[in-house]
Design a protein around this ligand. Structure first.
Ligand code: ZN
Length: 375
């Protein structure tokens, strides 16, 4: 509420008050109607639904109901009637309170409406929330309320008192040409609107938030994503697409580690040449190493391209990781026991080897646990 005299209030200020009061009035009126309906029921007048009518239609007039209800409330003859009387009295009291509230509200509303009329009825904007979605100057526009249900409106109070030109400009395609005769005719494309109902605003905000999440996700993907330097897809050794830089780093490290595994195997075989049958032969290992290294170098070129650094710089970063990976793959507490266990399946070779070690009085597979040389 403002303390300004009515004559000094702006149309927006007056309509803000009116909107609040009319809302209160609508709620009180709904309460009054629902109490009246239950009084009809309490005096035995069940309502009927009639097509085209709002709410229930009753047989008795309100005066008849009131008279019967008062009789029930004031002159109960039996114990049962006394219980009913109490209920009826309660509903009557609530009804009287709602009716009184409506009187008070009507008295509060009147000066604001009078002021609106006194000033020659300024422009207002009501957006139809159902029906055609048009912006109207009032809620009783002749183009509205054609359906079974009355058209629902969102009152855009910020436009109260604006000129028709201002309203028509913002309303765009939504301007009702009956209410605002100067409005041009167009559609959503040719006459975009700046007016939205609260529901539309909520939907628009949700849409913008979804859009933002999508954009952020796409940017994130670009940040983490990787392609070949020519923009084509990057692939792993099995031809599957590598999507992220992280996956490329892992795959390249893996390829580089093949060299360190070979050096380690050579170290073991130098210490114990009798283990040779348990590994791939040297040619095969050399071939795999060359293939995996060349594949790793392709990935390193892509990683360097993406980071904007030299290939050497990426290679220098990944070599120590490749060595560490080789140490994990051909080392660790249970690598030697596992190796020995799988070797035992090559029965003939295994038996010959263990027999030879026995004869030479040395522990079999001991070379597997050698300290790693510096590669
Ligand atoms: Zn209209």
């Amino acid at each position: 509420m403002t303390d300004k005299p009515l004559t000094e209030m702006t149309p927006v200020e007056i309509d803000t008050e009116l909107s609040r009061l009319w809302n209160d009035e609508a709620q009180a009126e709904a309460r009054r109607l629902s109490l009246q309906a239950s009084l009809h029921k309490q005096v035995g007048d069940e309502g009927r639904r009639v097509r085209g009518a709002r709410g229930l239609v009753f047989s008795l007039s309100w005066e008849q109901v009131l008279e019967k209800a008062l009789m029930k409330a004031l002159a109960p003859h039996t114990e049962f009637e006394a219980v009913v009387a109490r209920d009826v009295k309660q509903v009557l009291t609530n009804w009287a309170m709602a009716a009184r509230e409506l009187e008070v509200l009507a008295a509060e509303i009147k000066p604001y409406v009078d002021e609106y009329v006194r000033r020659g009825r300024w422009n207002r904007v009501f957006l139809a929330q159902s029906h055609d979605g048009h912006a109207h100057n009032g809620t009783e526009c002749t183009t509205c309320h054609h359906g079974e249900e009355r058209t629902q409106f969102a009152w855009l109070i910020q436009y109260s008192g604006k000129t028709e030109a201002e309203i028509v400009a913002d309303a765009g395609w939504r301007a009702c040409t009956t209410c605002y005769p100067s409005a041009p005719v167009g559609d959503e494309k040719t006459l975009p609107t700046k007016m939205f109902t609260p529901d539309e605003e909520t939907a628009r905000k949700a849409r913008e938030e979804r859009e933002e999440v999508r954009t952020r996700r796409a940017a994130n993907k670009t940040a983490k994503g990787i392609t070949a330097p020519d923009g084509g897809p990057l692939r792993d050794r099995h031809g599957s697409r590598i999507e992220t830089e992280r996956a490329a780093v892992i795959e390249a490290t893996d390829g580089l580690s093949e060299r360190y595994k070979n050096l380690r195997i050579e170290q073991i075989l130098t210490a114990d040449p009798d283990l040779t049958p348990f590994f791939f032969d040297r040619d095969k290992r050399t071939e795999n190493e060359a293939r995996d290294r060349s594949h790793a170098m392709n990935l390193i070129v892509a990683i360097a391209h993406k980071r904007g650094v030299s290939d050497e710089e990426v290679l220098a970063e990944l070599e120590p990781k490749a060595l560490a990976k080789a140490k994990r793959d051909l080392g660790g507490k249970d690598w030697a026991p596992r190796f020995r266990y799988s070797a035992s399946f090559h029965e003939g070779v295994f038996d010959a080897y263990t027999a030879k070690c026995k004869a030479e009085e040395r522990k079999p597979f001991e070379a597997l646990t050698l300290r790693w040389a510096k590669f």
